[in-house]
Design a protein around this ligand. Structure first.
Ligand code: LLP
Length: 430
């Protein structure tokens, strides 16, 4: 459930009309609902009630510092995967001891940043990384809290590009080798093995892969415990899918039941890293129709948002529901059209053959379920400015990221001396 709904024929985010925000801020823009973010966080934590759980929101889904602060205020920790995300989390006010650092290629500099910040744990994904953590911790004269990420070799049955738990994927340490690696790690002077971590993929619409992976993790825990390792924490990752455009998704309650079935009897803290489940339906992308074009064989609704603003359809063939900001009347005649952006690629298509009511240039459209992996994955391709992000809370809304200023962006670029230098100063026409 989310807090974007039609009221008196207009789409609202909580108590604010989307068209009113669009008139004020200009399109395209992302809009997030505070009540929805909080609700999703609560639904997830409620599903884990009674368990010693710490929910570490996966910042990569939506890393705006206002979003992070909103969730941190609810008690969330965070999962970060770069120095940049760590900086954001700290800036948003997340306590360091509620931050876990995941990712397959942390640099020495990033490890140093994490250790100096005093974060809860680093999830290590390879032996060379383990050696690097030990080295950096030695230089800093500290003991690094480390969990070993297990690759359970389970197919998450999701999109190939976001499946992370099979042995051919780059993530984690093969489950059959974890005992050996932990045994080596326990000899390291500057590393404390706190437990294990796992994340098998994103947008899982079936709980069975979680079940299989949990079983593997349990097996590894049993082996390590028998060898005297005290497991302080198990990080079960994220991945719970959400419904896109009417699709199906497992309920957090069923997920919670599964977690209990496998881990309730262990005396360790359980960490979770949901991203999409928290942020996905809490955000929309608002765009404006520029032209309605009758092509040779299809009708195109050309909008001012594009694949650079929301990459998911182009990258994964993802389907996001698209609706007009003004509710169509019940008897409006629907015609099939493709909703496309202005970028010079045919892949810049948000929907194909979508049944739409009559639309005119200037009408606002809403692309739903865009709160996760939307703004964070945007680029300035075609030199299109990154779009603003707006947050709504009750009757109030505020810009939480301004539209990129193309002039300021260009100031990062420079014409080299041998071409005359002076970036930004246009050459006089001759
Ligand atoms: N933990 C780790 C270690 C991860 O790699 C991820 C996501 C998460 C947690 C959060 O997963 P979630 O709960 O959001 O499924 N850009 C893609 C999704 C990439 C997910 C990457 N890792 C998309 O738009 O579908």
């Amino acid at each position: 459930m989310d807090h974007f709904e039609y009221r008196n024929g207009e789409m609202y985010a909580e108590n604010v009309s989307i068209s009113a925000i669009a008139d004020d801020v200009g399109t395209p823009f992302y809009c997030y609902s505070t009540a929805t973010l909080v609700r999703h966080y609560k639904v997830f934590t409620d599903a884990l009630a009674g368990l010693p759980a710490l929910v570490c929101y996966s910042v990569k889904a939506n890393s705006n510092i206002a979003v992070i602060r909103t969730l941190a205020e609810q008690g969330a920790g965070v999962d970060v995967v770069s120095s940049g995300e760590l900086t954001r989390a700290l800036r948003a006010g997340v306590a360091p001891d509620r931050i876990v650092f995941s990712g397959v290629g942390k640099t020495g500099g990033e490890i140093s940043h994490a250790l100096k910040s005093g974060i809860l744990q680093i999830n290590v994904e390879s032996e060379p990384e383990l050696a690097m953590v030990n080295l950096v911790a030695g230089e800093l004269n500290c003991i690094a809290p480390v969990a070993i990420r297990v690759n359970p070799d389970i197919d998450a049955l999701t999109h190939d590009k976001i499946s992370t738990g099979r042995k051919e994927n780059k993530f984690g340490i093969e489950w059959t080798r974890v005992h050996e690696v932990v045994t080596e790690a326990r000899e390291l002077a500057n590393v404390d093995i706190t437990g294990l971590a796992m994340h098998i993929g994103s947008q899982l619409t079936d709980l069975e892969p979680f079940r299989d992976a949990f079983q593997r993790l349990r097996d590894v825990v049993a082996i390590l415990s028998a060898d005297g390792l005290i497991i302080q924490r198990l990080d079960l990752g994220g991945g719970l899918g959400i419904p896109y455009d009417g699709g199906i998704a497992p309920s957090p309650e069923d997920y919670g039941r599964l977690v209990r079935e496998y881990f309730a009897d262990l005396e360790c803290e359980l960490l979770f890293e949901p991203g999409r489940l928290i942020a996905g339906n809490a955000g929309i992308l608002v765009t404006k129709v520029i032209y309605v074009k009758e092509g040779a064989s299809r009708k195109f609704v050309i909008v001012d948002a594009a694949m650079n603003d929301l990459m998911r359809p182009a990258l994964y063939g993802a389907t996001h529901q698209i609706v007009p900001a003004t509710e169509p009347s019940g008897d409006a005649a629907l015609t099939d059209a493709d909703v496309v952006g202005p970028v010079c690629e045919t892949g810049d298509t948000f929907a194909t053959g979508l049944a739409l009511p009559p639309l005119n240039a200037g009408d606002y459209l809403i692309i739903r379920t865009a709160g996760a992996y939307g703004a964070v994955m945007a680029s300035a391709y075609n030199s299109r400015a990154l779009v603003p992000e707006v947050m709504v809370s009750g009757d109030a809304f505020q810009i939480i990221r301004h539209r990129m200023d193309i002039d300021a962006f260009l100031e990062l670029e420079q014409i080299p001396d041998w071409l005359g230098g002076n970036a930004g100063e246009p050459k006089e026409a001759t």
